[in-house]
Design a protein around this ligand. Sequence first.
Ligand code: GLC
Length: 549
Amino acid sequence: MQDPTESEPWWRGAAIFQVYPRSFMDGNGDGTGDIAGIRSRLPYLVELGVDALWISPWYVSPLADGGYDIADYRDIDPAFGTLAEAEALIAEGHDLGLRTIVDLVPNHCSDQHPWFRAALAADPGSAERALFHFRPGRGPGGDLPPNDWQAHFGGSAWQRTTDADGRPGEWYLHMFAPEQPDWNWDNPAVRSEFESVLRFWLDRGVDGFRIDVTDHLVKEQGLPDSAGHHGRPDPWRDQEGVHEIYRSWRTITDGYPGERMFVAELWENNPARFARYLRADELQTAFNFPLLKSAWDAAELRGVIDDTLSAHALVGAPPTWVLSNHDTTRHVTRYGRADTTYDFDRAGRFGRPVDVDLGTRRARAAALLTFALPGSVYVYQGDELGLWEVEDIPDELRQDPTWLRSGHVDRGRDGCRVPLPWSGTERPFGFSAGPGDADAPPWLDVQPAAWKDRTAAAESGAPGSHLELYRAGLRLRRAEPGLGDGPMGWLPSAPDVLDFTRPGGFRCVVNLGPSPVALPERAEPLLASGPLEGGLLPSDTAVWLRWEE
Ligand code: GLC
């Protein structure tokens, strides 16, 4: 954690570790990761050198979408533990210098949320239904959905209900799975409920919130069809009214002591629209996904970095850098394919040949690149071990709703959510421990046998391992005053090379080309992502240098 006496808020340059609780560490031996497991691994995270944890949803949930379907925003799912354990985790983290960011899912809840159950039981036009988007259907008998919006997981975004007399009733809106009804943010009761949820977690000491699908909350008045909708933006996202919500949230967090922050999940390609969420009285940070989508290509990455810096400069916000998360194909796999880009249209890329060694080499270089760029950086659990996407999951074990909802076209996101390998030479690689039935298989029991070489224990202390590179990189990043938030400057370079400086004589060079390039003169290597031979920087390798201009 940065020195609190420094004037710069911690979130401007932090390294933040994403925990996907189901798959991080199982502390009670029932096969599902839990808070006991996270607590047992806090020393590991301290040693890794991160400043904060972002914990994906741990709330009461039927897990129709891995916890992004919340039935009680103020309690922990029994599979993960108790509220008291969550409070203990936040406090222990603080004692160790680790801050906690919790996930806030305000666009939709679970269909098991008591308010949605009440809405289903109530009549059309009732106050209960006004908390959500209920509409009569179109066409004869109301048999057609109220508009043409498509859910992100596939199919119509509307689900028909059944009335008490058994007859087909109104439809409700769900931009994701049918088990995730969208809240109606035009309703003041929804606004005050979420303000209360924010305070609930702020009172428990959380340092920030990751906001799920930040731009979806407010829908265009009248819910018009998307087809032929010539206005921008889409009628289901990025509406002007959403900014007012974040301004009101900002006044709440600013009323608490410490530097509480927000990070927005925002898949917005237009830099100017993106920056509007980061205005001084709105959210502090947002995930910068263009880097994650970019090919492993120097010109493309340089363009992304420049666009990122200029978009954030519009509003004075610090950029964030993220290579993988619980929704995207792990970058060892992406960078090991012929097409190294990412898109939510995963199906076309799935199962293409992957060169894991190549992907690993590039992932190591990418880590040093992102750690050296201005702003804050996110590490998704397992990135630090060099895990790859598990693509050969038997179809019957797949749990992500995208698999079902896409009509078995998109194999979904399970492959990046496989339980972590901690130790040992056989599955489940130390994932489960504790007093319970330690023989229970992991909830997603598909760890590759080859992960025996990528367990935390195997990599810990092993010279040249992925984990030791992450540890060294994060340690140096924290020690170097010029890293984190602040300026950077490009140096002239060959087309396949990225070469930039940070204050204090720090220089980062990444060779994305096929052949080695000469290391700069008057430069002393601090850390490299791979061996440097004969004064050369090999292909797909990054180096940090102390450099005299
Ligand atoms: C976000 C989450 C994703 C979830 C979706 C719906 O994109 O990251 O995991 O499925 O929102 O909540």
